[in-house]
Design a protein around this ligand. Structure first.
Ligand code: GLU
Length: 375
């Protein structure tokens, strides 16, 4: 596919909003009218039955105004303090503008560990999934008040791409202060032209990115290309579009200039490939014939069908799934630590709370977290 897709064809969409769009550069306050117009666009997607997630920057830019911090680069402690102050205002505003259009906002603050470490990844993914099941709109930012230099993304472009693949979104829209990727930085080279569709991010695309970033936002085109790599390898299409205008999402839908980064895959296939091919298995679960049949017809693995577990693994780790002969039939991310899983062997899901003393997931390995041999 090398033509531009239609927004109608996507069912789960992450919209990333940068600080420089949301926060007025001179006054350091929120651009409320612009945000209201964007919220109208999001309400349109939501009413069309799509799942909508927002990744919103702006906490540091807002907080620094309130705290009267000087212009220019901030020390880490100051940006953390600014984020603490600004995030409250940011979340309240999102809750108000989405609420006014009948949508419920749920705030999620994540750190690098939440998306990179498997146990926490599974937790964040499940919370996002639950919010979306209930038709709420997750509003996500990096937890800048606790993230230190070593453990932070620092830019919401890559964070948004991770969130999009984590949530199995099929589209990520990066709203930016430029309408897409140009063959060269347009402020330096007047002959630069916009690239409408990128079918694959290769060296020549990376070379076009340059390194520019503005004072308010951390990401330049470079982090957007990085985001594109994360998104497209996770089966998520990405589009960079102009956010400076009113109703930016509606405009992209109507054909405004922008750059599409296409993926040959989809989130479900990409995730299964990742589980099947990229993770080191930490153990195995042996299952009975009935469970093997249920799995091949698309069911999750319940504790009742497990006959034995092997290895030292933690919740979220990859384990092999073996049939009663010991043959590997697939792999999956297990919902329980090895000790808990051993206690649950053969048990009915209703007994989980009695066995562990705390409520737990009904599935030992959820269908979405599993790749079977034939897939
Ligand atoms: N997480 C930062 C904030 O909310 C912004 C990072 C970025 O600009 O990409 O202020």
């Amino acid at each position: 596919m090398s033509s531009r897709p239609s927004l109608d064809s996507f069912r789960r969409i992450v919209v990333k909003v940068g600080s420089s769009l949301l926060v007025d550069h001179a006054g350091g306050t929120l651009k409320r009218d612009w945000l209201e117009a964007l919220a109208d666009d999001l309400a349109g997607l939501h009413a069309a039955g799509k799942d909508v997630l927002v990744v919103s920057s702006g906490s540091i830019a807002l907080g620094r105004t309130v705290l009267k911090l000087p212009k220019g680069a901030l020390r880490l402690e100051d940006s953390q303090a600014a984020a603490a102050v600004g995030q409250i205002a940011l979340a309240r505003t999102w809750s108000e503008v989405l609420g006014a259009r009948g949508m419920t906002a749920g705030q999620i603050l994540v750190t690098l560990n939440d998306t990179e470490e498997r146990r926490r990844y599974l937790n964040a993914r499940e919370t996002i999934g639950r919010l979306l099941d209930m038709r709420a709109v997750p509003v996500i930012n990096e937890n800048d008040t606790v993230a230190t230099t070593e453990i932070r993304y620092g830019d919401n472009d890559r964070l948004a791409a991770r969130v999009a693949t984590m949530a199995s979104a099929d589209l990520l829209i990066l709203l930016s202060d430029i309408d897409g990727l140009y063959t060269a930085p347009p402020h330096e080279d007047p002959s630069a032209t916009l690239i409408p569709v990128v079918a694959r991010i290769g060296a020549e695309i990376e070379a076009m990115a340059g390194g520019a970033a503005s004072e308010l936002s951390r990401g330049g085109m470079r982090t957007k290309i990085e985001a594109g790599k994360i998104a497209t390898s996770g089966g998520t299409h990405m589009v960079i579009g102009d956010g400076r205008i009113a109703h930016p999402v509606r405009r992209i839908a109507a054909g405004a200039p922008c750059t599409w980064f296409l993926t040959p895959s989809n989130p479900v296939t990409a995730r299964k490939k990742w589980i099947a091919g990229s993770l080191e298995p930490r153990g195995a679960v042996h299952i009975d014939a009935g469970a093997a049949r249920a799995l091949s017809s698309g069911a999750s693995l319940l504790p009742a069908g497990v006959t034995r577990v092997e290895g030292v693994f933690a919740r979220g780790d990859c384990v092999l799934i073996r049939d009663f002969r010991g043959a590997e039939i697939g792999r999956g991310l297990i919902a329980y630590d090895a000790l808990e899983a051993a206690q649950l062997v053969g048990r009915n899901s209703r007994e989980i709370e009695a066995v562990l003393g705390v409520p737990g997931r009904a599935e030992m390995i959820h269908r979405d977290d599993m790749a079977l041999g034939q897939e």
